[in-house]
Design a protein around this ligand. Sequence first.
Ligand SMILES: [Zn+2]
Length: 193
Amino acid sequence: MKTEEVIERFRRTGALLEGHFILSSGLHSTNYLQCALLLQHPAEAERIGSALAERFRDERIETVAAPAIGGLIIGYEVARSLGARFIWTEREAGRMTLRRGFRVRAGESVLVVEDVVTTGGSTRETIDALKEAGARVVGAASIIDRSGGQADVGVPRVALATLHVPSVAPSACDACARGEEAVKPGSRKSSNQ
Ligand SMILES: [Zn+2]
């Protein structure tokens, strides 16, 4: 699946948001890809999941792991497509951890899946938690790479769409200059849309 088709799927499902957004970097942007709005459609999640899984078909992935919450749906669909097990990590006292009785075998081959990679921080933390538990992390994948391919997570990494998101400092932002309020897309409530 090519970047254009991925973006078209976001557009078609209303998941390509246009407005005035504060990215997690603190920079401002006029558009945002909200994966949750794409993945609310199981047929889209399944199609995107299988497109990501294609890239790892020959890697004998035993388990897919994802950081909650963002990675849960897409990770599950990638696991389904690969015929693998699916587990997730979540934060406990600020630290990414395997909870709920999830275990990995020593040397178990694991693929880490996220919805969006920006700096790669939560993917890296998930990889660390899995390695600590004994797993062999063979790769990482995301639907969107907002780092322009720059994020280094220490294992081979793929994304369905690699973007150079145009973003500016608030001091250089046209929308800010017009006095328009910026919102954090991740925290946006439906009543505000
Ligand atoms: Zn702004």
